[in-house]
Design a protein around this ligand. Structure first.
Ligand code: DKA
Length: 133
């Protein structure tokens, strides 16, 4: 199951309007939202033993998280939020949950038809970003 995710993925399709709405829901300011929506991104997912790494690279920012499934850790996000994050793998979906200041966002990653589908959810805002190999 894990091997489905591993390797490098390149952003193929992103709804900029919905990504902007998602970032607004996170509390990201105007200038950062514009920069983040304008750029493409690569995601590299690797697994060593039971430690997963997800590295997201773009001309806007490069950041990575390292985690064990089900174990909460402190994450400083690309937009500088300090959050408590837990990642689980449920029925083939990698689910990243971030909690901070009474808010929660979920980022789901699943491989469908050879593409990495990233669904970012906050409140009733749902933004889908599609990556290809
Ligand atoms: C993705 O991997 C999007 C994941 C959500 C990133 C939110 C933080 C953005 C910082 C401006 O395609």
């Amino acid at each position: 199951m894990a091997e489905l995710y591993l390797g490098k993925w390149k952003l193929e399709d992103a709804n900029k309007e919905m990504f902007n709405a998602y970032l607004e829901g996170l509390g990201v300011g105007f200038v950062t939202r514009k920069a983040a929506c304008a750029v493409s991104a690569d995601v590299t997912i690797s697994l060593e033993g039971d430690i997963w790494t997800i590295k997201t690279s773009s001309t806007f920012k490069t950041y990575e998280i390292k985690f064990k499934l089900g174990i909460q850790f402190d994450e400083e996000t690309a937009d500088d939020r300090k959050v408590k994050t837990t990642v689980t793998l449920d029925k083939g979906v990698l689910i990243q949950e971030q909690k901070w200041d009474g808010k929660t966002t979920t980022i789901k990653r699943e491989v469908i038809d050879g593409k990495l589908i990233v669904t970012c959810i906050i409140g009733d805002v749902v933004c889908v970003r599609t990556y290809k190999r």
